[in-house]
Design a protein around this ligand. Sequence first.
Ligand SMILES: N[C@@H](CCC(=O)N[C@@H](CS)C(=O)NCC(=O)O)C(=O)O
Length: 307
Amino acid sequence: MLVLHHFPQSPFAQKVRSILGYKRLSWHSVDIPMVMPKPDLTALTGGYRRTPVLQIGADVYCDTALICDVLEQWQTEPSLYPLGQEGWARIVAQWADALWFPVMSAFSFQPAGAAHFYRQMSAGQRQALEQDRQAMRGGQARLPAAEAVAAARTQLQRLAQVLEQQPFLLGEQPSLADFSIYHPLWFLRTQVGVLQPALDPWPAVLRWLDRMQALGQGQSQPLGSEAALALAASSRPAALAAGEFFDAHGLPLGSRVSIRAESMGTEASVGELVSACQSRLVLRRHDPRAGTVHVHFPRLGFVMTAA
Ligand SMILES: N[C@@H](CCC(=O)N[C@@H](CS)C(=O)NCC(=O)O)C(=O)O
């Protein structure tokens, strides 16, 4: 049973929802708060607060880079990593997370977009959201709107150059590259529609967005956060893959460690390090409501220290 903890407006959650659609998967949907505190989510993760989080029983997966790998293992076809292009798919995805998303996010939150996005919210909700995200950015401002507008145009032009030649970014089939670049544009189209005409100069991009949207979001049914906690408490973490232990920190398995994102939402999760391969870290922790859970992190973008 796949359980996605997310909220509808989240672009990174849309990356995963679209992959669930592409793979035609059924899943359970837990609505989480957009801002801290998120007590039911952090009971599972131990501190990690970003959106989305994937839960499979008593296993909790943080960060979409890792969630995509887990979904690929769960259902291999259709693949996110077309044969021979796995490296490119991952490299493009990381570019999208680190560089494309911040540009498009600043683009979407230029004054007209922000006014559109916040129009349904009370002044209090808007203030809470802005303060929460500013704290996540460590007090740093977003990229200024003028820079974002210019950067978005340059990047859209480049995407159009690719998409005028082929239906998807790496060729004939969708790959992780498409899902990673799609979600900030999904946000623009669906959450700040007033800015949509900004995409009109690039019809190849618009056609690709339609193709991506047509993949859907799979079959989902709602699940309460209490039920998700009960599911964790009544499940056992899956057996850990035997194999390599990659020690870059001088921290043996069994150490008490703290793992946090490098930036943007750096709340740490603390527990016992039970697996550390080249690309993933897993800690075991106990929670009064969630029971014993394994919390999985990718290494890229995360920092581990002795707790
Ligand atoms: N690298 C992370 C980024 C996730 C991310 O930044 N998500 C945003 C929502 S789209 C977030 O966590 N916002 C704050 C929150 O939801 O608490 C991933 O790939 O999962």
